[in-house]
Design a binder for this molecule. Structure first.
Ligand code: ACO
Length: 307
């Protein structure tokens, strides 16, 4: 079965919060945040719904489709606007879609999990699916907690996936989850994100490397075949450590966390969009998309662009 990525869109709120601004109210500094994470600023504001609508509309237009062409909407979000209903039907309504719509929550692996879900839906008869990763993480951040406040940002990224019997952009997947690590990164009802950063860091490198190796083996390629690595954007040091273990040159890694921070399930589509805008997506070339997040969850996919 073949699946093509045919359109992309993004949205970030206008308001930018710099590291210097955070250091006015927190015991931190631009130097510490930049050195330890690579993050220089983040966008803050909007809602999962409003950001998702903007990104989704752009992706459908970019694919050259009408809203009525979309068969299904899958929204990945860790920060739904409401516990109930899901964010997806509200985004669908805001966009003018009339198709089925549902949420997937796999934290920072969410976009990849949503793409995997869309793949399954395309396998069973749907033809055109809109996948949106959208996050309003700032709402669930304790802005007096320097451990989390420096890391997270808001944004959305969307992709249209279309069935194509003649070939596929998506060559392989490897997904995983380990709920025994749930307390390492958590947000209780009515609470804020809390994290054991060091342990998340250690495990993140391990699962990214393992899932990437398995996805590449399943696609029949090695890391030397890759032209691009599109990783989840949590910390530049996690990306560097994973790239080194996978023998991938950092020049091949797409980095957007300096501008957006960690936007959870939006980070991979935001990074893809950035790479495409900079002419880094070339037909025929292999790329690795890889993410990890709370759960813990992880997901890697090998793609070969056709456009
Ligand atoms: N500003 C200044 N100093 C700080 C800050 C800060 N924001 N945070 C911690 N420090 C201090 C610590 O108190 C510690 O001081 P000490 O040496 O006097 O004890 C020192 O800096 C080092 O602290 P560490 O926790 O060891 O710092 P580390 O290098 O591990 O970086 C970080 C911390 C950035 C959180 C890192 O562990 C990390 O990125 N972890 C993974 C985070 C992640 O990937 N989260 C994923 C998903 S988020 C989601 O799913 C929504």
């Amino acid at each position: 079965m073949g699946v093509r990525f045919t359109g992309w869109g993004i949205a970030v709120p206008e308001r930018i919060v710099t590291n210097d601004e955070l250091s006015q109210t927190l015991d931190t500094s631009d130097e510490w945040i930049t050195e330890r994470t690579g993050i220089r600023q983040r966008h803050v504001g909007g809602s999962a719904m409003s950001l998702g609508i903007t990104a989704g509309l752009e992706a459908v237009k970019d694919a050259g489709l009408e809203l009525s062409d979309i068969d299904f909407l899958v929204v990945a979000t860790t920060t739904p606007d409401r516990l109930c209903p899901a964010t997806a039907p509200m985004i669908a309504n805001g966009m003018g879609l009339t198709c089925p719509a549902m949420d997937v929550n796999a934290a920072c692996s969410g976009f990849m999990y949503a793409v995997r879900t869309a793949y399954g839906l395309l396998e069973t008869g749907n033809k055109k699916i809109l996948v949106i990763g959208t996050e309003n993480l700032s709402r669930w951040v304790d802005w007096t907690d320097r451990n989390m406040a420096v890391l997270l940002g808001d944004g959305a990224g969307a992709a249209v996936l279309e069935y194509d019997p003649d070939g596929s952009d998506l060559l392989s997947f490897y997904l995983g989850a380990d709920g025994s690590a749930a307390d390492l990164l958590t947000c209780e009802h009515g609470g804020f994100f809390e994290m054991n950063g060091r342990e998340v860091f250690r495990r993140a490198v391990r699962v990214v490397v393992d899932s990437a190796e398995k996805a590449m083996a399943s696609a029949g390629i090695t890391s030397s075949d890759l032209s691009l690595m599109i990783p989840h954007q949590a910390n530049i040091r996690i990306i560097q450590a994973a790239a080194q273990r996978l023998d991938i040159d950092m020049d091949k890694a797409v980095i957007t966390l300096d501008r957006y921070g960690n936007t959870s399930s939006s980070s991979i589509p935001l990074a893809f969009y950035d790479a495409r805008s900079n002419g880094r997506i070339k037909p025929g070339e292999f790329a690795l998309m890889t993410g990890f997040g709370a759960g813990m969850t992880w997901a890697s996919a090998v793609v070969r662009w056709s456009r």
